[in-house]
Ligand binder design. Sequence first.
Ligand SMILES: Nc1ncnc2c1ncn2[C@@H]1O[C@H](COP(=O)(O)OP(=O)(O)OP(=O)(O)O)[C@@H](O)[C@H]1O
Length: 386
Amino acid sequence: MATDTYGTVLPAEDAVRDALATVNDPEIHRPITDLGMVKSVDIGADGAVAVTIYLTVSGCPMRDTITRTVTEAVAAVAGVTRVDVTLDVMSDEQRKDLAASLRGGKAEREVPFAQPGSLTRVYAVASGKGGVGKSSVTVNLAAAMAADGLKVGVVDADIYGHSVPRMLGVDGKPTQVENMIMPPSANGVKVISIGMFTPGNAPVVWRGPMLHRALQQFLADVYWGDLDVLLLDLPPGTGDIAISVAQLVPNAEILVVTTPQQAAAEVAERAGSIAVQTHQKIVGVVENMSGLPCPHCDEMIDVFGTGGGRAVAEGLTKTTGATVPVLGAIPIDVRLREGGDEGKPVVLSDPDSPAGAALRGIANKLGARQRGLSGMSLGITPRNKF
Ligand SMILES: Nc1ncnc2c1ncn2[C@@H]1O[C@H](COP(=O)(O)OP(=O)(O)OP(=O)(O)O)[C@@H](O)[C@H]1O
């Protein structure tokens, strides 16, 4: 053990590096030591430690977080009297190396979730009409699954109403390492949204090919890491994006959101039945805004009628020939709306409220399903016993 002339224990460089290995990059979620972000470690005779960290890009929005977490980790090492963190920026060469290692040596432009070995379950959340609560359902399912310990990502592909970042409390912008996009995260959910790439609140007026390209980028160029579940919030209706999803991630399963209203249910069924043409599986139907509990007597007031979820599930079962279940019904709940406005999903802020409990129940069903081994070749050939 190194000591100074007065016999005081000096911090060991190995111990400082071990401490640095506990610091994750806040966007990539991997140790900074694995990412080549530690440029140097110098230990002074007085126990002061100077650490220089490479940021992936200059002006990195995470610079303060990185400085703080590095300081805290190193300060906890025995013998450290002071920590000085200096920030540097990676060279183009270093960034290229990092992007290549994150891609795991794979070629660019591959959608990892569409690869035969992918274990990520992909759910495309669709609705017929707008405003039925598709985004609210998406963010709450994502937050509930993340709270259950799953690794979850959300692609907000709802070009007209990209509200996912606000509803999840994500206010960061994605940073870019070479041509890899680092998704910001909140409440344990990684998020990428079309709204993050448009100035201010400008409407997105992209059409087919542009949208396809954007979605492909979101799926292939974003560093998602190893996800258990990826949720795609689609725009309402049966538009181009649904076709693009089918082409880019054919194994994505469709989750249909409807209200109990018959008119809404008919449109939702139409949106769901696109799965027949694209040969995708419909995982189930979620009925949202299923009655309002009377604040005085708890009796249910059927604001939007009843039976929409069941009607859609039965209709889709008939059209697809496969059983499509109703996965749950979520009542109207002011707390759900407030949670969305405040960036705190109701499954976290009020998990036992009727809406919170219903959403957690659905998340449980979707999260508990086996990681996507179905349809995968196990690479073994059955042999006769003898
Ligand atoms: N169960 C519910 N109880 C109370 N408010 C709800 C409920 N579900 C959704 N809302 C509210 O209804 C509004 C519309 O919901 P949301 O944005 O999730 O719908 P959407 O189907 O994604 O809409 P679009 O696709 O048009 O963007 C939001 O203000 C949301 O907070």
